[in-house]
Write a protein that binds this ligand. Structure first.
Ligand code: VGL
Ligand code: ZN
Length: 188
């Protein structure tokens, strides 16, 4: 069965020191890099979503939204902080000034791309757990994909909200597992 690793919003602005930092977001970078290598070797499709806002985006405080200005398309803050192979499928989201999109499926071609390639099984990692990771995984479940959340390779903004999001995903049918155990391989 075809599988994909979906790396959600691993961008400079979401890391400590960035415009909208996810606390300890940088701690999952090495694990995600290893995961990308493992999944590439397994022949999985690697997908990286990115927040790719226009400068006048509705989610910014200056435009009445909840967030400081972040991930403006083409700026250093919007750059990826993980090592992506050249054949990575890059999905840009929330690209329209008046639309917020936390999910990598919202207003993008992601579902079509996955279907076209016969991919049914998705492994999800990245930030922020209770926003873009949650929405992406939730949409994937609604669309009928098998969803695995890589618990040790996600980070949230608030621990309680993160826990709640993970519980909700599990209730909706996501498999919660650690990337670390996949890297170790089968034990005998
Ligand atoms: C995100 C807040 C605003 C995320 C994106 O990637 O989780 N959070 N924009
Ligand atoms: Zn955003």
């Amino acid at each position: 069965m075809g599988e994909a690793l979906i790396v959600v919003d691993m961008q400079r602005d979401f890391m400590p020191g960035g415009a909208l930092p996810v606390p300890k977001g940088d701690k999952i970078i090495p694990l995600i890099n290893e995961c990308i290598k493992l999944f590439s070797k397994r022949g999985a499709l690697i997908v990286a979503t990115r927040d790719w806002h226009p400068p006048n985006h509705i989610s910014f405080k200056e435009n009445g939204g909840p967030w400081p200005r972040h991930c403006v398309r083409g700026t250093p803050g919007a750059e990826f902080v993980v090592e992506l192979p050249p054949d990575t499928v890059i999905i840009s989201k929330a690209t329209e000034p008046d639309k917020e999109a936390y999910s990598g499926f919202e207003g993008t071609e992601l579902a079509e791309i996955l279907r076209e390639k016969g991919i049914k099984k998705l492994y999800v990692c990245g930030v922020a757990t209770e926003y873009c990771v949650r929405s992406t995984a939730m949409d994937a479940l609604k669309l009928g994909f098998e969803v695995h959340l890589l618990r040790d390779a996600v980070k949230g903004i608030k621990p309680e909200d993160e826990e709640q999001a993970i519980r909700e995903l599990e209730e909706k049918g996501a498999v919660i597992e650690d990337c670390y155990s996949l890297l170790e391989g089968p034990t005998c």
